[in-house]
Design a protein around this ligand. Structure first.
Ligand code: ZN
Length: 238
């Protein structure tokens, strides 16, 4: 049975199109998703107070009819959210509430990343591509909580900082977030590579830390973006 066609209107349709493009990018990305193609993607709307979320469990053949519209409390305002997906709503909403700088959240069971999640082991920032995304701290592990439970959401919030961009979900998968959906989607690919390469490096003498100056440069760049971002927020509130 196909879902009714949705008319998102000119304010929302461009954001819906960006989710569809993100899903296609992840599905096409070389084995970045688990075999089931499970995942969910959300994007904050330009009004800042609502977000669109993929409504089913699979990202395969996603269209803009497969999305739901929600407010930041997680209340469903419209669209199509599969009943089995209600449990993932708060995982996304909690990140938007805690982090005003975040414009998109992506959740996957990417295989190598999920190996770290199952081992409850943080991913260390030893792969150079990570620092290009200003991931210069270890990707932390949010302690296990039953899927969709208040405990699982509060465990995620506990490991969110003002600047991190990814959290491993113990024994489950990963949550990746960034200022735009394009950056968040690309960061999923980078973190999957990081997890794969770090595991392989353990077989050939072990991963070595990046040079201190590389980390310092990335940190200076991140602090500068942070400073500019705060100025922009202050201006918008005036
Ligand atoms: Zn999951």
């Amino acid at each position: 049975m196909s879902l009714p066609a949705l008319n998102w209107g000119p304010d929302i349709q461009p954001s819906a199109d960006r989710i569809v493009a993100s899903a296609a990018h992840l599905v096409a990305g070389h084995a970045v998703l688990s075999h089931s193609l499970h995942g969910n993607i959300s994007i904050r709307l330009p009004d800042n107070d609502r977000f669109l979320l993929t409504g089913g469990g699979s990202l395969a053949e996603l269209t803009s009819d497969d999305l739901g519209l929600l407010d930041l409390s997680g209340a469903i305002l419209g669209g199509n959210i599969d009943p089995a997906s209600h449990e993932i709503v708060q995982m996304h909403a909690a990140v938007y509430r805690r982090r005003p700088d975040i414009g998109a959240v992506v959740h996957t069971h990417s295989p190598y990343v999920t190996a770290y999640a199952i081992a409850n082991e943080p991913i260390m920032p030893t792969y150079e591509a990570m620092i290009r995304f200003d991931v210069i701290e270890p990707v932390p592990v949010a302690a296990y909580g039953p899927r969709g439970s208040e405990r699982s959401v509060s465990n995620i919030v506990d490991v969110l900082t003002d600047t991190n961009k990814a959290v491993l979900l113990a024994n489950h998968g990963i949550l990746v977030f960034d200022s735009t959906i394009e950056k968040a989607t690309h960061l999923v690919l980078v973190l999957e590579e990081a997890a794969q390469f770090t595991l392989m490096a353990k077989l050939v003498g072990g991963p070595k830390p990046l040079p201190v100056e590389a980390i310092e440069q990335a940190r200076a760049r991140r602090d500068e973006f942070e400073r500019i971002g705060k100025v922009q927020v202050a201006t918008a509130d005036d």
